[in-house]
Design a protein around this ligand. Structure first.
Ligand code: F6R
Length: 369
């Protein structure tokens, strides 16, 4: 049932191009409009919403952090993202014009369920993004957009994460479509790029051997740091989470702009630091800033592992290891940039003799608060 792979995680990483394509299937029409009739929340509610609040845990929370960038950029509706386990305890401000999005692979995570119950009690409408048909979270929500990743068996989430991102982009674009915000060439171009993205994920998967080799060479390290900016920041957080849960290593993700406010003190000789570099096109200011960050940490001895777009030559002199990803629009980059980090964590876990599919102390679905 592992389809020839040693672990479910490897199989699920390999299934990502299909999972992404399946999650898009039937949801974009030939003219490039979104057909999300499944979102049974009345269009009037989506039009009048004055705030979006995303609740989720773990990897799903990281998908939510990325969704915030897309939702605010494409719809200009303010969006908050909150850990489901913290949400109801701070008496959040919710009302009938709040659209709450609960993201969960299993649909059974108790923290997320309690957060959405709280939101509905306050009159908010809840849209679930979920991978498990008929599970509790979609049953208790006003509407659901299913991700079509297929069953995810490995405890560490991979393909579910990529499809959560796709679903978040679809919701953001749909909100833009029904609200008529910024609905123009940019959005149509993004939809075209989304339709192509599963091939790009496949391209990344085809070039992972050097990443595996690199991971094996780091098996006796204690710490790995991850840096990113913009949507690369949640990608860094996700890379660090994968490494903690699979390799049992100390791993932390930072927003690269925060380095100088403290974390740079951690940099020491030969410390591996993974840096997710934004596209040099688009938000080029951020790109240049992160290239300076790479120079700074390298000058202090860090071993730099740089994830950068094909054709981005500016990073070459400062990268001890360079991992190439295809060019994508800035907001979609997490779909390709996360994949090497999954492979990296999986290979490190194997090299350290850990149980890849069943990491210690973890369960696939967390049904206690
Ligand atoms: C990490 C991981 C967990 C889950 C989290 C939420 O690899 O799998 O962090 O993402 O427990 O689970 P769901 O999405 O089922 O609500």
């Amino acid at each position: 049932e592992k389809g020839g792979y040693d672990y479910f995680m490897l199989k699920e990483i390999a299934e990502q191009p299909k999972a992404v394509a399946d999650t898009l299937l039937g949801r974009i029409d030939a003219a490039g409009s979104l057909t999300l009739d499944e979102i049974r929340i009345p269009v009037s509610v989506l039009r009048e919403a004055d705030k979006v609040v995303i609740v989720a845990c773990g990897t799903a929370f990281h998908a939510g952090l990325i969704a915030k960038y897309a939702i605010e950029h494409w719809t200009r509706v303010p969006c908050e993202v909150e850990l489901a386990s913290e949400f109801r305890y701070r008496d959040p401000i919710l009302g009938q014009r709040t659209l709450v999005i609960a993201i969960s692979q299993s649909g059974e995570t108790m923290d997320t369920l309690m957060a959405l119950r709280h939101a509905r009690e306050q009159g908010a409408k809840v849209l679930a993004i979920c991978n498990t048909n008929g599970s509790t979270i979609p049953r208790e929500s006003d509407a659901v957009l299913y991700t079509h990743a297929g069953p995810e068996v490995a405890v560490a989430s991979t393909k579910a994460f990529l499809t959560q991102l796709v679903a978040c982009y679809l919701v953001a674009l749909y909100l833009g479509q029904v609200r008529g915000t910024k609905w123009g060439d940019e959005i149509l171009a993004v939809i075209r790029d989304l339709a192509r993205i599963s091939h790009q994920v496949e391209k990344v998967l085809d070039t992972m051997e050097p990443v595996r080799e690199l991971a094996r060479s780091l098996a006796d390290k204690d710490t790995v740091l991850f840096l990113g900016r913009h949507v690369g920041h949640p990608v860094a957080l996700e890379g660090a989470l994968k490494l903690k849960e699979l390799a049992y290593m100390h791993a932390e993700g930072f927003a690269a702009g925060e380095l100088k406010h403290g974390p740079i003190a951690l940099i020491e000789n030969d410390l591996p630091v993974v840096v997710v570099v934004p596209s040099p096109r688009g938000r080029s200011v951020l790109h240049d800033k992160i290239v300076s960050n790479i120079q700074e940490i390298r000058a202090r001895g860090a071993r730099t592992i740089v994830i950068a777009e094909e054709g981005d030559e500016t990073v070459v002199p400062y990268a001890d290891h360079l991992i190439r990803i295809p060019a994508t629009p800035t907001l979609l980059q997490p779909l390709v940039a996360t994949v090497p980090l999954q492979v990296f964590a999986c290979e490190l876990a194997t090299a350290r003799g850990n149980e890849v599919d069943q990491p210690r102390n973890l369960a696939k679905s967390v049904t206690v608060e």
